[in-house]
Design a protein around this ligand. Structure first.
Ligand code: FRU
Length: 516
């Protein structure tokens, strides 16, 4: 078996190489990092160097998907925040751009969003040029150090050249602070029904809604959430959007709210609520938090404004405040999740969302092996002298069947994904995955996610980059996103199950690097 695989892999590598080389020319604006450092993600976005956290200002305009992000250009730990910037035409291959927003006299530039002001409601447009407007939080360090509570305010900036250059509004801040210590992360969108701009931001333990005609003057309208969802930590980075309920003639609004700490598997995580929004306030009958991802590394995720297809596309920061500053990389710190499409579903009156990598991600797949017509026998093993740390593997399995998927290397390092129907739990075990000792909570406990066992066959998809594993079950109904730091790459995969025919349709792809 192992020999057959090696042969297959060698043939495919040879055949696939030419395709990948011609496909991946990425224009670089300034000297490129080799993107070949240990643990460097090959198909996830990471900055060339230094510290990155939340995605910011996700917006599409004029052929370009913008990805701004919390960035500290002088160190690989968090520091005075700027907005870094990258662009893409397909959200798969990214091109680095110069820093977009620098701190100023009002403070550091914390998280926020961006909109296309088509109707020039702000008046920033000139000579028919449509302004791109960024809305962000100012964090005044001096205020914080002096022990005041009013050091976070909201500011705006605009660009008339599709994000290349930015001008801060002279009337900043556009929303001041009456003494709310955590008052940040504005998400703004255009609300068609009321023809108004809506802003939601977080104030510690709840979301505040504001309304505006011109992005400069804002009126506070309502609050949401003090008595809903999870409150084990501070609320951060909210988002709100309308989605059709798949298979029903119905639409609902989905609110995302990140929270740190207090996530189900410790540290940072993102909860969501499904409900109604009337242009003034958000209401829901949902009492408890639902979580977009039970892995430990998907935080501060928000969605794109203005996507031409109308799809709702999400990017999260692939880290966790518990240990974000301590992960074992040296040139840069952390990366983003793959961009994912969010869809809304309903079963027995319960709403839930799914999130799954964009279809165009498969353009990076090299065909390596398919076992669609062969009955698989447990244990199914795949051994290679090459790396599994750049693969997209999928198969179908019955959600009523105990299952174990283990990636390992010759050092005995391993990471496992398990289905435990008798416990109603999915498990992700990175306790022996490699370097875990940089912070206690990283590899201490096996991660758990409740699920409903079903006879139905669903797809299990595992996408592994140099230092991450994203597991999607049933097209993103259940997700685990996690960083991993194996000392050597994983080279073996073993899948175990009990009943014949429970696992089928195994496919295995290596993924082309987007950086070379
Ligand atoms: C979330 C967050 C935001 C804040 C930013 C600062 O990770 O704490 O609330 O705006 O990071 O970098």
């Amino acid at each position: 078996m192992a020999r057959l695989w090696l042969l297959l892999i060698a043939v495919c590598l040879f055949a696939c190489k030419e395709k990948s080389n011609s496909e991946i020319a990425v224009e670089k604006e300034y000297p490129a990092s080799p993107y070949s450092e240990k643990f460097r993600p090959q198909f996830h976005f990471s900055p060339q160097e230094k510290w990155m956290n939340d995605p910011n200002g996700l917006v599409y305009h004029d052929g370009v998907y913008h990805l701004f992000y919390q960035y500290y250009p002088d160190d690989i730990v968090w520091g005075p925040m700027h907005w870094g910037h990258a662009v893409s035409q397909d959200m798969i291959r990214w091109e680095h751009k110069p820093i977009a927003l620098y701190p100023d006299e009002h403070g550091l530039i914390f998280s926020g969003s961006a909109v296309v002001d088509e109707k020039n409601t702000s008046g920033f447009g000139e000579n028919g040029k449509i302004p791109l407007v960024a809305i962000f939080t100012y964090h005044l360090m001096e205020g914080e150090k002096a022990g005041r509570k009013d050091f976070q305010t909201q500011g705006i900036a605009y660009s008339l050249d599709n994000g290349k250059t930015w001008t801060k509004y002279e009337g900043n801040p556009v929303i001041g602070n009456d003494g709310i210590k955590d008052f940040r992360d504005p998400k703004v969108f255009w609300h068609e029904d009321s023809e108004k701009w809506i802003m939601l931001l977080v104030a510690g333990d709840h979301v505040k809604f504001y309304v505006s005609d011109n992005l400069k003057e804002w009126q506070h309208k309502s609050d949401f959430g003090k008595d809903k969802g999870a409150h084990g930590g501070v609320w951060e980075c909210p988002d709100l959007f309308k989605l059709p309920v798949q298979g029903f003639d119905e639409e609902q609004w989905v609110m995302l709210v990140s929270m740190n700490p207090g996530a189900p598997n410790k540290g940072s995580g993102t909860q969501y609520f499904v409900g109604e929004f009337d242009g003034i306030s958000f209401t829901t009958s949902q009492e408890d938090a639902k979580w977009i991802d039970y892995g430990m590394d998907n935080y501060a995720g928000v969605t794109y404004n203005n996507v031409p297809t109308g799809d709702r596309i999400f990017i999260g920061w692939m880290s966790n405040w518990n240990y974000a500053r301590n992960t074992p990389t040296e040139v840069w710190r952390s990366s983003m999740t793959l961009p994912r499409k969010i869809s809304l579903h309903k079963k027995e009156g319960e709403y839930f969302i799914k999130n799954i990598p964009l279809e165009q991600f498969s353009s990076l797949q090299n065909t390596m092996g398919e076992f669609s017509s062969v009955p698989l026998k447990s244990p199914f093993t795949l051994e290679t002298e090459l790396s599994l740390n750049n693969t997209d593997i999928s198969f179908t399995a019955k959600l009523s069947e105990p299952l174990e998927v283990v990636y390992s290397n010759e050092n005995g390092e391993k990471v496992s994904f398990l289905i435990r129907p008798e416990e109603g739990m999915l498990l992700l075990d990175r306790t022996q995955s490699g370097i875990i000792d940089f912070e206690e909570s990283f590899g201490k406990e096996v991660q758990k996610q409740p699920f409903v066992p079903e006879e139905r066959e669903v797809e299990i998809r595992l996408i592994m980059d140099a230092s991450s594993l994203e597991v999607f079950v049933d097209e993103g109904k259940y997700v685990f996103t996690n960083q991993l730091f194996p000392k050597d790459v994983y080279t073996q995969l073993e899948i175990d199950w009990e009943s014949d025919n429970a696992v089928q349709n195994f496919t295995y792809h290596t993924i082309t690097s987007i950086w070379k």
